[in-house]
Write a protein that binds this ligand. Structure first.
Ligand SMILES: *[C@@H]1O[C@H](CO)[C@@H](O)[C@H](O)[C@H]1NC(C)=O
Ligand SMILES: *[C@@H]1O[C@H](CO)[C@@H](O)[C@H](O)[C@H]1NC(C)=O
Ligand SMILES: *[C@@H]1O[C@H](CO)[C@@H](O)[C@H](O)[C@H]1NC(C)=O
Ligand SMILES: *[C@@H]1O[C@H](CO)[C@@H](O)[C@H](O)[C@H]1NC(C)=O
Length: 828
């Protein structure tokens, strides 16, 4: 027995040596749960349980051994022999070095161990805010595979027993997947348009089939996947036959690679059994059982190993009753090459039946009736309740000190992080840097507009088109019309310098904000492009995300995630919205500061937003702040060199006087504008209010006077009077004041601002007793202690004197156009 097993592994290893893997995962964790020894499967070593206890938090150590020495079934892996049993909520926390897509594979095999009845165990499993399994009872050996996107530090897998039950797992795999394996967009075949946002989705593998070939194990797959034979899924096996020519398989330049599927998959196919009858007219159909109520991602793999000449095969392809390809002629997509790998992705509507059916059938255009398919993958897409299974509820864990770092790393933003603020303060700097690094390592696939990584519609529609950067963001005009009820005026939620903003809903139910540009002007077009470029490069929880854009028919349309609670400005004044509390306001400022800090310290080149104002900071349904409107942003070398711009841009009342004077742009201009926002948040009044007495018209000017006289507390929002702790107010005031320093060099960096705001929040929240450092400003900041006398430049006067009919227009709208007029008129 041992000898036999040994020689199999040697064979497998030899096999491996001859075909090199295309991809090396940065993160890889393979755990042989419950076992005292390592187990090798393929060339993957699953480590003994004791090597993985550092990742595990569980109420009790229960290591179960089936004591099965012999493997009873051909496909039984050594991993099934032992298991970890959990008699309460338990979790594995794996530190992730590189954000992005990861496999999670969970191996289950129920056996009996002591008093634990694994066969009737029922439990739920969660990861990445997704319910992976809900009240699940494995009946036999089973491996569940998921593909999740890890944006932040740790990947946590939580096991939660149903009431009066236990949970268990026999083996766990977590490994990086190339981010471009699954394109962000795929064709929705039941309606026009695309399903976008796949890059961030959690998916579960439902079926992965090798048409016309045998089971392909992880040994023959560069990404450790298994491919099942398709024969048991064929509706009418007698109508089908198979063909194999693995050595012939080629990969195109751009498109499918060996990571998409190995030659062993592309080199075999199931085809119409039509060779003996030129009048054959039938479909070959596969039925894949699925759970109704979900959408599914379907990838078809084609490779023409059937035809003799490139124009031999023309056929139709269906999913359910929809035609997804009429007259598919692979050779036209592959420059006339035979035996070349090609794939196409589709997304189903929410299914109301328990099958996804895929059919292929002859086209009347074909010289001879034939049709073939080489591979098929079906993955379940997480539903709107963040579940891939039922509706189980993530258990809560008692907070233990030991795991503190981990909890915080994973769930910044949830209440637990707030509770810990006090303790965190001292760990602060390091954590901040870590977060920054992590959020930057997650590079969305469509970022790399260059040739090698361009995914675009080439992949999702299956047509070979020349793909520019950002292609997969493109949304058809009809889909935008659909989403906005044909630009229904009653759906308008805002009007800005750029055009109107509509509320909308995409086909898949995603709520969106649709910004439709005024007819093309040079100015607008430049801003449109900048915005797409910026937002497709930068992804951060405190930056509004771009869902797509449309430039058909001279349109300039941008589609963003919908921000339920509108602008920060609308919560401060000029509306009936309830007044925000001090803590809420601080958290909003902290969120916005994080977004700006991320931009300033961005990947390759820092980015200057150039239009920071309360109308450009938006709030989601949880009042989380996100920075928006990147139309004026600038990257790059400008920042290092002395940048002289011909047109000063930005919004009145927020403009950095130094930028205005010297036309030299630095990140510190954003810091100035953000300082104005801070005072706006504190005082809840417009930044320019011509209806007020002269000395109060300009908020920045006015608050600086009051701050100098130590009278800041007299001009704060009436709703906040008596609700801000004096220390918190002092810290906040000092921070904002420093942002408004006359010279950029005297202003703090966005990182320092962020740090000080978090401290202001801590001073508001925490009861710190007898902290000797609390009253010492020096202990907190390396901010330059003396802010130069604030000599407001003459230009501010002209701003204040500028005649305006509507105050709101002045401070709420991007004023670049008006501003250039002003500059001109002054010059006259
Ligand atoms: C398996 O082998 C390949 C090449 O021999 C290597 O690149 C890969 O990292 C190995 N995988 C594991 C999990 O060791
Ligand atoms: C796996 O790959 C090896 C080496 O290319 C090959 O000899 C073997 O037949 C493959 N196995 C299958 C099931 O295709
Ligand atoms: C193949 O299936 C499609 C979709 O169900 C159907 O419309 C078509 O008529 C079928 N073709 C044949 C030849 O049965
Ligand atoms: C689903 O597929 C199975 C297996 O082919 C088949 O027996 C069943 O009729 C199908 N159900 C539906 C609703 O199509």
């Amino acid at each position: 027995m041992m000898g036999f097993g040994f020689s199999i592994w040697v064979l497998l290893l030899l096999n491996l040596a001859c075909c090199s893997r295309g991809f090396t995962p940065v993160d890889q964790f393979y755990v042989n749960c419950g076992s005292s020894s390592d187990a090798v499967v393929g060339n993957i070593t699953f480590v003994a349980d004791k090597s993985a206890t550092k990742y595990l938090s569980t109420p009790q150590e229960i290591l179960a051994d089936s004591n099965l020495n012999s493997i009873t079934r051909a496909d039984d892996s050594p991993l099934f022999r032992t298991a970890r049993i959990f008699n309460g909520p338990s979790k594995y926390t794996f530190p992730i070095r590189q954000g992005g897509r990861h496999w999670i594979r969970l191996h289950f095999y129920p056996f009996s161990y002591q008093n634990y009845d694994m066969k009737s165990a029922s439990f739920s499993v969660f990861s990445q805010k997704t319910t992976l399994l809900s009240d699940f009872t494995p009946k036999d050996a089973i491996v569940r595979e998921y593909s999740v996107n890890v944006e932040k530090g740790d990947l946590v897998i939580t096991f939660s027993p149903s009431s009066n039950s236990i949970a268990y797992v026999n083996a766990i795999e977590v490994a990086s997947v190339p981010d471009d394996l699954i394109a962000d967009a795929a064709q929705l075949y039941s309606s026009s348009g695309q399903f976008t946002g796949l890059a961030a989705q959690s998916l579960q593998t439902v079926a992965r089939l090798n048409m016309g070939g045998p089971f392909v194990s992880l040994v023959n797959d560069t990404l450790g996947r298994n491919w099942e034979s398709d024969s048991s899924y064929l509706k009418q096996p007698n109508l089908a036959t198979s063909k194999s020519n693995i050595p012939a398989v080629q990969y195109p330049n751009g498109g499918a690679t060996v990571d998409t599927a190995p030659p062993t998959v592309y080199g075999t196919c199931t085809k119409m059994n039509s060779d003996s009858d030129p009048r054959s007219n039938f479909n070959v159909t596969w039925d894949i059982p699925v759970d109704p109520g979900f959408q599914y991602w379907v990838r078809m793999h084609f490779c023409d190993i059937v035809s003799v000449s490139p124009t031999d095969s023309v056929f139709d392809v269906y999913i359910d009753t929809y035609v997804v390809y009429r007259d598919l002629e692979l050779s036209t997509k592959l420059y006339g090459k035979l035996a070349t790998a090609f794939f196409a992705d589709f997304v189903t509507p929410v299914l109301d039946r328990p099958n996804v059916s895929v059919s292929i059938g002859p086209s009347p255009r074909s010289p001879y009736p034939d049709a073939f398919l080489n591979g098929l993958e079906v993955m379940k897409i997480r539903n709107s309740k963040d579940s891939l299974a039922g509706t189980s509820v993530l258990p809560s864990f008692p907070k233990s000190k030991k795991k503190l770092g981990i909890i915080v790393g994973v769930s910044v933003g949830v209440p637990v992080a707030l509770i810990l603020v006090g303790i965190l303060f001292f760990m602060h700097r390091r954590r901040k840097q870590q977060q920054l690094k992590l959020s930057k390592t997650w590079v969305p696939i469509w970022v790399n507009g260059g040739a090698s990584h361009t995914m675009g519609s080439k992949y999702s529609t299956g047509t070979t088109v020349s793909v520019g950067s950002n292609q997969s963001y493109r949304i058809p005009f009809v889909a935008v019309q659909d989403a906005t009820n044909n630009f229904d005026e009653s759906w308008v939620i805002g009007v800005g310098g750029f055009g109107k903003v509509y509320k909308g809903e995409l086909h898949d139910g995603t709520k969106v904000a649709v910004k439709r540009g005024n007819p093309r002007s040079q100015q607008g077009l430049a801003e449109f492009r900048t915005e797409i470029e910026m937002l497709s490069q930068f992804r951060h929880r405190h930056l509004v995300s771009l869902i797509g854009y449309c430039d058909e028919k001279n349109e300039m349309i941008l589609v963003y995630e919908y921000m339920e609670n509108g602008t920060v400005k609308s919560h401060l004044y000029g509306s009936d919205l309830p007044s925000l509390g001090w803590k809420e306001r601080l958290e909003i400022c902290i969120g916005a500061a994080k977004g700006l800090h991320y931009l300033h310290t961005g990947d390759a080149k820092p980015v200057i937003h150039r239009d920071v104002k309360s109308a450009n900071i938006l709030l989601d349904e949880n009042l989380m702040a996100k920075v928006a409107d990147f139309g004026l942003s600038k990257t790059g070398p400008d920042i290092d060199q002395t940048h002289v711009s011909t047109a000063v841009k930005g919004s009145f009342g927020y403009l950095d006087p130094e930028y205005f004077r010297r036309q030299q742009l630095t990140e510190k201009s954003d810091v100035y504008s953000f300082g104005v926002v801070l005072f706006e948040v504190l005082c809840a009044r417009p930044v320019i209010d011509p209806s007020l007495p002269r000395e109060k018209v300009n908020l920045a000017e006015w608050v600086m006077k009051c701050q100098k006289k130590g009278q800041l507390d007299q001009i704060i929002d009436a709703n906040l009077v008596g609700k801000i702790k004096p220390d918190s107010l002092r810290k906040f005031g000092e921070t904002a004041e420093k942002c408004l320093a006359d010279y950029g060099v005297d202003r703090p960096s966005m990182g320092d601002v962020l740090w000080n705001l978090e401290y202001a929040l801590q001073l508001q929240e925490a009861v710190i007793q007898n902290d000797p450092e609390e009253n010492s400003t020096n202990a907190i900041g390396q901010l330059s202690p003396q802010v130069g006398e604030f000599n407001h430049v003459e230009t501010t006067t002209s701003v204040a004197q500028f005649e305006t009919s509507s105050v709101d227009d002045l401070s709420g709208v991007s004023m670049s156009r008006v501003f250039s007029q002003l500059v001109k008129s002054e010059g006259r």
